[in-house]
Design a protein around this ligand. Structure first.
Ligand SMILES: NC(=O)c1ccc[n+]([C@@H]2O[C@H](COP(=O)([O-])OP(=O)(O)OC[C@H]3O[C@@H](n4cnc5c(N)ncnc54)[C@H](OP(=O)(O)O)[C@@H]3O)[C@@H](O)[C@H]2O)c1
Length: 344
């Protein structure tokens, strides 16, 4: 098979090469999958440089998220969930390849009517945002939710989930194109958080459009960037501020007196650890997401302004992602655009 194999750490994505490696053979406890599309993540860029928390022993194949077709079931499985030919998506090491082996708990069925391209970006973003907003922050109809970096991978998922739950969404993003995308995915209001006074803008909006406690600010902040400190300026009594990530590169320190004075909660979420500490919630979260998909309230967020076709385009795709030039999920269509975009 062909794969983006890392034999030594590289300086950046453009140093990656596609090589021929042996195709995995059917395994006792894993499915063999032909990959149609692979999702990119910022941590892939860290991993190829040797800077990520999870570094397999060299050599290894890059990439984590994928969607494709089952070509062999686990040899020892008596009651496999999937059969040969099933369309699945999931995450495991080695997604930048034509084939991958993956255990059953890392796979889910591609939703009806979805392309491989859209499904390849679903496994991480959707449950992070659903778990955060629904299970951790208890979003409900009538809430106002401030979503930072709303055109990013987890951001666009958060916008759709908050809207589906009946909330009003205020979305922040750094460029006009990204604010336009946030609107297309349902945001009610957009704010340029490159402008230093952005919390004032949010406060003004709430004062004009809300009443009672809500006139002071939003009820929930969804923060994958590291904007908690500034967001505390525009929250309502009892607000929940979700700590999702630090895309800006700095881990914030927050003055806790403001948490007390405003009577708010800082709430963390570490989605990857739910599979270890709260397996029941994993199923509930996915049931909730598949319900929204079936109701047409959640759609794929694959970046459409440029196409990345074939494994040779992995370096360019990762370079674009790292350069903050893209929105939604940057997906590489490993088998070509036509096959990866087909919807069943
Ligand atoms: N807690 C969890 O379980 C969990 C799960 C998944 C992801 N995450 C984290 O959530 C964060 C976002 O993930 P994602 O998949 O949405 O990433 P993404 O698609 O790359 O989006 C990140 C967004 O952050 C904004 N940003 C602000 N400052 C930035 C900077 N200095 N460099 C790059 N981007 C910057 C950018 O939007 P603008 O250009 O509009 O500013 C960008 O669109 C990451 O830190 C990730 O590790 C956490």
């Amino acid at each position: 098979m062909r794969a983006v194999q890392v034999s030594e750490y590289v300086k950046g994505p453009l140093d990656l090469k596609v090589t021929d490696v042996p195709t995995p053979t059917p395994a006792t406890d894993k499915y063999l999958i032909e990959i149609h599309s692979a999702g990119t993540n910022f941590f892939d860029i860290l991993q190829i440089q040797g800077k990520y928390q999870h570094q397999p022993p060299l050599p290894w194949i890059g990439g984590a998220e994928f969607a494709g077709t089952i070509t062999a079931i686990p040899i020892s499985s008596k009651n496999p969930r999937f059969k040969v030919g099933d369309r699945v998506f999931g995450a495991t090491q080695g997604a930048y390849a034509t084939h991958v082996l993956a255990p059953e708990h890392t796979l889910l069925p591609v939703p009806a009517g979805w392309s491989f391209e859209d499904a390849a970006g679903l496994f991480v973003t959707a449950p992070t945002s659903y778990g955060g907003l629904v299970h951790r922050a208890g979003v409900k109809a009538g809430d106002w939710v401030l979503v930072h970096a709303a055109a990013g991978g987890v951001g666009l998922a958060a916008v759709q989930i908050a809207k589906a739950m009946g909330a009003t969404v205020v979305a922040t993003a750094g460029t006009e194109r990204k604010r336009q995308i946030a609107r297309e995915f349902g945001a009610d209001y957009v704010v340029d958080y490159g402008n230093r006074d952005w919390p004032e803008e949010v406060k003004k909006l709430c004062k004009e459009k809300r009443s009672g406690n809500g006139a002071a600010g939003v009820d929930i902040v969804y923060d994958p960037v590291g904007m908690i400190e500034a967001s505390l300026k525009c929250v309502a009594w009892n607000a929940r501020l979700l700590v999702i990530g630090f895309a800006a590169g700095k881990i914030e320190k927050v003055a806790l007196n403001r948490v007390l004075l405003k009577n708010v909660s800082l709430v963390g979420l570490h989605w990857g650890q739910y599979a270890k500490f709260e397996t029941g919630t994993v199923g509930d979260v996915w049931n909730g997401i598949f319900d929204l998909v079936a109701q047409g309230k959640f759609r794929g967020t694959a970046f459409k302004d440029e196409s990345f076709v074939g494994l040779e385009s992995v370096p360019k795709a990762l370079q674009a992602l790292g350069g903050r030039e893209t929105w939604g999920k940057v997906v590489v269509n490993v088998v070509g655009n036509e096959k990866a975009k087909s919807r069943l």
